[in-house]
Ligand binder design. Structure first.
Ligand code: SF4
Ligand code: SF4
Length: 345
């Protein structure tokens, strides 16, 4: 099933989705685009390359309160946080980011322990994937082709969107998408020429080239194990690193978090906040011992986790080549170049 709408009428589609639930879509901010909960349908802006922050925050917010309590009071008085139970629509997600949700599912929903917050939001959310604009140059930081992902790859989306001149084509990919699309009465039916355009666009996306290297999972996992103790290599790779953690915060597949208690005047809130292996105190133990005091140890951890340990444990690289960590690193540290150098070391 394929539907369409004029891009200038996108706010009408946004308004219909807002009536049905929570709409999260790209909005233009001072420094670029980011996903945000839409309050005014006119905020939705599809004229972007990719967002600064990944869309993982839709399922795993940067900061999330779990319970509120009063110190010294019984457990029965603890107030759990109320989840937004409305259906949600995550609109305008690039194919590499859509792929990241599958990787994150491993940690929040399939590794033996289910995170109810992640699972609930995943189930309640319809994903509108959005093909890259193939007429625009690819960003030099991107390398999602290396991970087998293409610029107009509909896999993983419930509905996949492709721009066709001044129109937006929307095709249902999953049952969830098929059920929703006919309810969006603001959309028009696509015609045969639209179906043809959509299929050709998806295929053309395979020729839209990002950086690429042949990556055999077994080879890269083993190579990183072999050079684990090559301190000279890791020191050279991390020489400029500031331990700022930006690369992990913008990453769609980084999932480390901390649980903390904020207490004041006898009242407390227990919340989850993002954490990052690049921070100096990430591994600081209560005894005062810190097994990763050196920058090179922390960068090595990040690279080896994504390109070695994750393969060993879950059979998949924990990176989708979205390029954000490279694009936003203040000192231009590039994960692709590090993996490439590691393979040659
Ligand atoms: S963004 Fe760059 S400088 Fe900051 S922690 Fe990551 S690699 Fe280091
Ligand atoms: S490691 Fe970098 S390129 Fe890979 S998914 Fe994370 S931000 Fe994107």
């Amino acid at each position: 099933m394929l539907k369409k709408i004029a891009i200038e009428k996108i706010s009408q589609l946004a308004a219909v989705l807002m009536e049905k639930g929570t709409l999260l879509a790209p909005v233009k901010e001072v420094s670029g685009h980011n996903f945000a909960e839409i309050k005014d349908p006119k905020q939705v802006d599809l004229d972007f390359y990719n967002t600064i922050m990944s869309p993982k925050g839709a399922f795993f917010p940067h900061k999330e309160d779990f319970v509120k309590y009063k110190i010294g009071k019984p457990l029965s008085e603890v107030e759990p946080a109320v989840l937004n139970l409305k259906p949600a629509f995550l609109f305008g997600v690039r194919p590499c980011d859509v792929k990241s949700f599958e990787i994150m599912d491993i940690h929040f929903d399939a590794a033996g322990i289910i995170d109810p917050y992640w699972r609930f939001r995943r189930e309640a959310t319809t994903i509108f994937g959005y093909a890259y604009d193939l007429s625009q140059p690819v960003d030099s930081a991107d390398f999602y082709n290396t991970l087998g992902i293409y610029a107009a790859d509909p896999e993983g989306s419930d509905i996949f969107m492709v721009k066709k001149d001044k129109e937006l084509l929307l095709k249902a990919i999953t049952k969830k998408g098929e059920n929703l699309l006919p309810e969006l009465t603001v959309l028009k039916d696509g015609i045969t020429a639209d179906e043809k355009y959509f299929t050709e666009y998806v295929n053309k996306g395979k020729e839209y080239k990002t950086r690429f290297m042949t990556l055999d999972q077994e080879v890269v996992a083993k190579k990183l194990e072999d050079i684990f103790d090559n301190t000279d290599f890791w020191t050279k790779m991390s020489a400029a690193c500031l331990s700022c953690g930006i690369c992990t915060f913008v990453c769609p597949t980084c999932y480390c978090f901390d649980i903390c208690d904020d207490t004041l005047f006898g009242k407390g809130t227990r919340r989850r906040v993002w954490d990052a292996c690049m921070f100096t105190d990430f591994t600081l133990e209560a005894s005062g011992h810190n097994p990763r005091t050196q920058v090179y140890q922390r960068l090595r951890q990040k690279i080896c986790h994504k390109y070695s340990y994750h393969i060993r444990k879950y059979g998949v690289i924990s990176c989708v080549g979205c390029g954000r960590c490279t694009r936003h690193c203040p000192v231009n540290i590039d994960i692709y170049s590090i993996v490439e150098a590691a393979l040659k070391a």
